[in-house]
Design a binder for this molecule. Structure first.
Ligand code: ADP
Ligand code: MG
Ligand code: MG
Length: 927
């Protein structure tokens, strides 16, 4: 049968790169053998054999497999000088599973296979150590019984305990050879009772049963669940390989040991061997926690020569794999063996440090250093984290809405947050059912935000992310009672002033204070991101509304502001009353008067942003939200009006009383009292307040919109209230002129939101041209600026060519564009049906988190093409939340955008993602 498929590969011949065929463990055992590391002789049975076996309804091993196994066993016998089943000098092996993707703890390994009553004697003779022999035997019977024959583990454990008890042994190591012999006998009996057959003694029968057991374990519940849990699909790993490896014994005395090592410290990245070992122990003992292992540093004291050998092994592994390795080793009577290696899992700090250091050591290139690190993981490095050593039970679970952890006292409204946070300098956490734009001052004063409602794109989440503050949103287990200033969670509650801790990275909420660890923006990260900038084509700008945001964005490496939202500036405490005045104005004159007061404030805002960002460009979006968002709530107004009217009645009553008192010659005292009360509640003042509130209520009702997001907002405001846009344009250009005067280099970009027709754009452009001419004339200096538009409605995409005639730049507002493309209202979608859509595969991702490349992306692609067909040097960017998402960034690179803009904390992620995008595009191009 020379056409027979080859199912078995000796470690000397297997292809170390073929993990799909040989499994990760097997491929690396082959590779290590072939580069000359000391691996015990062995062979791999392929995953193809596994699949063929599982395919057969009779569950027969594929024809020829056992013949190939026997051939390999004979080779092992030659290499070791031992015989499989030879009572005089027995060869023992381990049978180990291993698929393409490591699934820790999913399938068990059988050690010491080949033992039976005859070979046992051989081991005793060869080692002169009956205790060791019986100990190995009882381990084998139990593992084989459990893994291969399906005997319940508890039966063995109970029997073991019984022997221990009768021998008065406290620990396993206290058992004598005789005790262990008893254990073996009892174990053999148990197997026979449970399976109805004697324990298989023939080594080849043992081997065949063990191979089948490993194959079967691939379809076992544990493994199937694990694959489901971690989304391991058949194209990633299909079937398990079986590794048969000559046993080496770390339990042969005090010159023997077993251990695990990392070539570098996986927690810090330090370039130093890291790990643990146990003297006189077998494989599983290190992880099983039976004895406390010693740190590898100590090996230098106990076995200096082996410490040298281990150091050499570490260097060889790294030089070959060019990646930090996590490896297993065993020392048998002073000889070092390597039993396994794989790429080490590290935290981000370690990943970044090792990347930079390995590049410097010449182990990897800059490109490889960058590609080793998942961009998303960098976020971990920029936020305070809960101390991993702190043990605490969360009381509620919400959505991880904005990463980072914070502790502070709970407060239940924004004003209180401001009083206690800003006023008294306390650390406060703002706890609300949900937040609104008018809560903004509370955000500024808080170290974190917790809401019991709303999704990852709720107001609280978006604003908190923008500010880089931790936020847990939609923690539905918490019910907030604002009136009583307390919140109930299950059976407990917390009140204003009680300390709570939130973790916006996990969405968990805790009572009390939990220590946090500060973020580390290490020098290595700076180096790495510097390389990223060199290799990427996309620039990374930031969404920043305040000088503080802008400063942080610069620290993180942003090269400009891609979106400054002016409405955030309108919400500041000293501005809001003027803004309201401007909105409720009845005449253009009144409106202008209010705007005249806002102008210097906005000018100052822009001046500061320009100054912080100089010489990088700053893109300012003209006012976008519907203006009624700045007005008080209708229901609050109604209630206040009712209260005022009640007061007016009292005042009226008092007035009558005062008159009557003076007429009927009441005693002086009574008359004075009544008059005083009347004066205190001055009816005129009350009337005036009523008139004001009523006017406001009328205005609020007049401005009411059924669909505010599709209503009177964006450039539409600029059309109906030109004074507002003109004031903002003036503030921008005057601030730029002031900067120029002060010698600060500025590049303002004026951006118009919600544009759908070129006429709208032309009209705003005319405002700009007029004001620009005037400002330049007045300052006697040229003022540089760019004029452009957001692309966030479908019609703007369709009319991109004509918009490009008027715009020097486009910026995709993909939050709105996604809503517009799907016709999903974001809040409703995320709270109601999107989770189901995602779970049931109606939609693969949440399009508000992951840019919908197929739909929204197609519109973007067309808009870029059409825009550049008119204006080849049109600058195009993105400023939606997607601008900080690696997969979306890759798409932005593909369609030729010039920049992405995202919140400051995402800037490092985006810089790395932009480099990944460029490198991957290059790789596909080279194929
Ligand atoms: P896992 O995938 O769970 O780590 P392994 O197959 O690596 O399982 O084996 C479990 C333990 O047994 C490990 O500590 C390993 O080093 C040890 N081991 C496996 N094969 C041998 C062998 N041939 N000689 C000595 N120890 C072994
Ligand atoms: Mg294990
Ligand atoms: Mg292992």
């Amino acid at each position: 049968m020379d056409t027979m498929q080859k199912y078995v590969f000796a470690f000397e011949e297997g292809d170390g790169k073929n993990k799909k065929l040989l499994g990760g463990k097997g491929a690396n055992l082959c590779e290590m053998t072939q580069i000359g590391l000391n691996v015990p002789p062995g062979f791999v049975i392929t995953t193809e054999a596994c699949l063929a076996y599982l395919d057969d309804p009779q569950r027969h091993l594929p024809p020829g497999l056992m013949d190939q196994v026997r051939d390999q066993m004979r080779l092992l016998e030659q290499k070791t000088g031992k015989g499989f089943g030879d009572p005089d000098n027995p060869l023992l092996v381990s049978v180990r599973s291993g698929s393409a993707i490591s699934m820790p703890g999913m399938m068990d390994t059988i050690l010491n296979l080949g033992l039976n009553s005859d070979t046992l004697q051989g081991v005793i003779q060869a080692t002169g150590d009956p205790r060791f022999a019986y100990d190995s035997y009882r381990r084998f019977i139990q593992l084989f019984g459990k893994v291969a024959l399906g005997v319940a583990d508890t039966l063995f454990d109970e029997a073991f305990e019984a022997v221990k008890e009768s021998a008065h042994a406290k620990q396993d190591v206290d058992l004598s050879a005789d005790d262990l012999r008893q254990v073996c006998d009892r174990f053999l009996q148990i197997v026979e009772e449970q399976t109805g057959r004697p324990f298989p003694c023939d080594p080849y029968e043992q081997l065949e049963i063990a191979i089948k057991a490993v194959f079967n374990s691939w379809m076992g519940k544990r493994a199937v669940d694990y694959r489901k849990q971690f989304n391991i699909t058949p194209d990633m790993a299909n079937g398990t390989a079986v590794n048969v490896v000559t046993m080496v014994f770390g339990n042969r005395g005090n010159d023997s040991a077993t251990g695990v090592g990392f070539t570098r410290n996986p927690a810090t990245g330090e370039n130093k061997l890291y790990g643990e070992y146990l003297v006189n122990a077998q494989g599983e003992d290190v992880v099983a926690g039976i004895r406390t292992p010693k740190p590898l540093d100590y090996l230098r004291v106990e076995m200096p020569e082996l410490a040298d050998q281990l150091e050499e092994l570490r260097n060889k592994l790294e030089a070959h794999y060019r990646e930090v390795q996590d490896f297993e080793f065993t020392i048998e009577r002073g000889r070092l063996y390597c039993l396994q290696t794989r790429n080490g899992k590290m935290n981000t700090v370690a990943l970044v440090r090792t990347s930079v250091e390995m590049e410097r050591e010449g182990l990897i290139t800059k490109e490889q250093a960058l590609l080793r690190i998942p961009p998303e993981s960098l976020e971990q490095m920029l936020f305070p984290r809960l101390d991993p050593n702190a043990k605490a039970e969360p009381v509620a679970q919400g959505l991880a809405a904005s990463p980072g952890a914070a502790s502070g006292i709970a407060v239940f409204d924004a004003d209180r947050a401001e009083q206690l946070g800003k006023g008294q300098g306390l650390k406060v956490i703002l706890v609300r059912e949900e937040t609104k734009p008018e809560d903004i001052h509370g955000f500024f004063a808080s170290v974190g935000i917790l809401t019991s409602r709303g999704g990852k794109t709720s107001h609280a989440a978006v604003v908190a992310r923008g500010m880089g503050k931790p936020c847990v949103a939609g923690a539905e287990g918490i019910s907030v009672d604002v009136e009583r200033r307390e919140a109930r969670v299950g059976l407990t509650s917390f009140k204003e002033g009680d300390v709570i801790t939130i973790d916006g990275t996990t969405g968990k909420v805790y009572l009390g204070e939990i220590p946090t660890v500060e973020p580390e923006f290490t020098p290595e990260l700076n180096t790495l991101l510097g390389w990223a900038d060199e290799l990427s084509r996309l620039r990374v700008k930031a969404n920043a509304d305040t000088p503080d945001d802008a400063r942080r964005a610069r620290r993180y490496g942003a090269v400009g502001i891609g979106l400054a939202r002016t409405e955030r500036m309108f919400n500041a405490v000293d501005r809001l009353p003027i803004v309201i005045e401007m909105i409720v104005a009845e005449t253009a004159e009144q409106r202008r008067a209010a705007l005249d007061r806002l102008l210097p404030m906005q000018r100052q805002d822009f001046y500061e942003l320009f100054e912080v960002m100089s010489p990088h460009p700053v893109t300012i979006r003209l006012l976008d939200p519907p203006i009624h968002e700045f007005l008080p709530d209708e229901h609050v107004l109604e209630r206040e009006l009712k209260e005022l009217r009640a007061l007016a009645q009292v005042a009226g009553g008092l007035g009558v009383l005062a008159n009557a008192a003076s007429l009927i010659h009441a005693p002086e005292g009574v008359r004075l009292e009544v008059e005083r009360a009347h004066r205190m509640i001055d009816p005129a003042v009350v009337e005036e307040a009523i008139a004001k509130k009523a006017a406001m209520l009328k205005k609020v009702r007049a401005l009411y919109e059924t669909n505010p997001m599709l209503g009177h907002r964006g450039v539409r405001l600029g059309m109906t209230f030109p004074e507002i846009y003109q004031m903002q344009i003036r503030a921008i250009l005057e601030a730029a002129a002031e900067c120029a005067k002060a010698g600060i280099e500025v590049h303002p970009q004026i951006m118009v939101p919600q544009v759908c027709t070129v006429q709208e754009l032309r009209k705003v452009k005319q405002y700009v041209a007029d004001i620009h001419a005037e400002v330049q004339a007045r300052y006697g200096k040229p003022v540089d600026f760019k004029f452009g538009t957001m692309i966030e409605v479908v019609r703007a995409c369709m009319r991109a060519d004509s918009l490009a005639e008027e715009a020097e730049f486009f910026s995709f507002g993909t939050n709105d564009l996604t809503q517009a493309t799907f016709s999903f209202s974001r809040e409703d979608a995320e709270n109601k049906f999107l989770p189901l859509y995602n779970q049931s595969g109606l939609l693969q991702d949440n399009p508000f988190e992951v840019l919908d490349v197929k739909g929204v992306g197609k519109l973007m692609k067309l808009a870029v093409e059409w825009g550049r067909s008119v204006k080849p040097d049109l600058e195009v960017g993105i400023c939606g939340e997607h601008g900080g998402h690696p997969r979306s960034i890759a798409f932005c690179h593909e369609v030729g955008l010039n920049y992405v803009s995202c919140s400051a904390p995402r800037v490092p992620v985006a810089r790395l993602a932009a480099a990944h995008a460029a490198l991957k595009a290059q790789a596909t191009h080279n194929l």
